[in-house]
Design a protein around this ligand. Structure first.
Ligand SMILES: [Zn+2]
Ligand SMILES: [Zn+2]
Length: 262
């Protein structure tokens, strides 16, 4: 598994403790279980049958400490959801899965200007503005995957997703890993949840203080480890079916609208 660590890194025994370390200062970082790619019933593009509260309850039960809900074209983050998560010991991050030139891109902590941008050139002109950009499922066989647009726009990305859906013999994450290594980007393991029960077969360990700023800094600095195992066959088959339906709806005009009315 690809793991990238920052230089001057606090030693493992310092994680989560207030101890002095060689890098100086007091280390209050923890090794936080994180999932940065999930969807809920609020998603305007996918018809899902569980609320943000239900997802937060489900991830909290699996020990997830950092969660981003990344609905397509909609950042649902608000004080109410953040408080709801905080009471369950979960740090909620603002997030969205944007369409950029019809390709999916995860933006964690998007600026308001990011929400109305649609081309790689617009995002380049806007800059990061405190957000973290992640390439989700870049080499999966779907029209919404970045494919060659990923390396062509590599300057826009801070991290690459290790997608939860793969098999031993078929694993497009291998190409993502190779590209991440070649360009010095960290990988983040995510669930891309589209259904409950929650499946934590792939997630990230992020070493940071449990604040939005510190978690984003940790991703940029590569203080992220992917933990993954192959998903069980039945939920994997359901995900493949949903992904195919989603891809068809993305690219057949009116299909989403018709689905949403049902
Ligand atoms: Zn996607
Ligand atoms: Zn997604």
């Amino acid at each position: 598994m690809y793991v990238a660590l920052a230089e001057n890194w606090p030693p493992a025994h310092a994680w989560g403790r207030r101890v002095e370390w060689r890098g100086g200062g007091v280390c209050t970082m923890e090794r936080l279980k994180a999932d940065l790619h999930t969807h809920t019933a609020d998603d305007p593009h996918d018809r899902l049958n569980y609320s943000a509260e239900m997802l937060i309850d489900a991830v909290a039960a699996e020990g997830v400490r950092v969660l981003a809900i990344t609905c397509h074209e909609l950042n649902i983050y608000c004080d109410y959801f953040a408080d709801y998560a905080r009471r369950r010991n979960v740090l909620l991050l603002p997030g969205i899965e944007k369409f950029i030139e019809k390709k999916h891109v995860l933006i964690i902590n998007p600026a308001p200007e990011h929400l109305s941008a649609h081309t790689f050139q617009e995002f380049r002109a806007l800059g990061r503005r405190g957000a973290v950009f992640i390439a989700p499922h870049p080499y999966y066989p779907s029209p919404s995957s970045l494919m060659s647009d990923f390396t062509r726009n590599i300057d826009l990305f801070d991290a690459v997703e290790y997608c939860s859906l793969y098999f031993k013999t078929i694993n497009p994450n291998r190409w993502a890993e190779a590209a991440a290594k070649a360009h010095g980007l960290p990988m983040v393991g995510t669930s891309d949840t589209h259904g409950l029960p929650y499946d934590d077969s792939t997630f990230s360990w992020i070493t940071a203080e449990p604040t939005v700023e510190s978690v984003l800094d940790a991703i940029r600095a590569g203080r992220v480890e992917v933990q993954t195992k192959q998903r069980d066959l039945r939920p994997a088959a359901r995900t493949i079916k949903d992904a195919i339906i989603g891809s068809v709806q993305d690219f057949i005009p009116g299909a989403r609208a018709k689905g949403a009315q049902q």
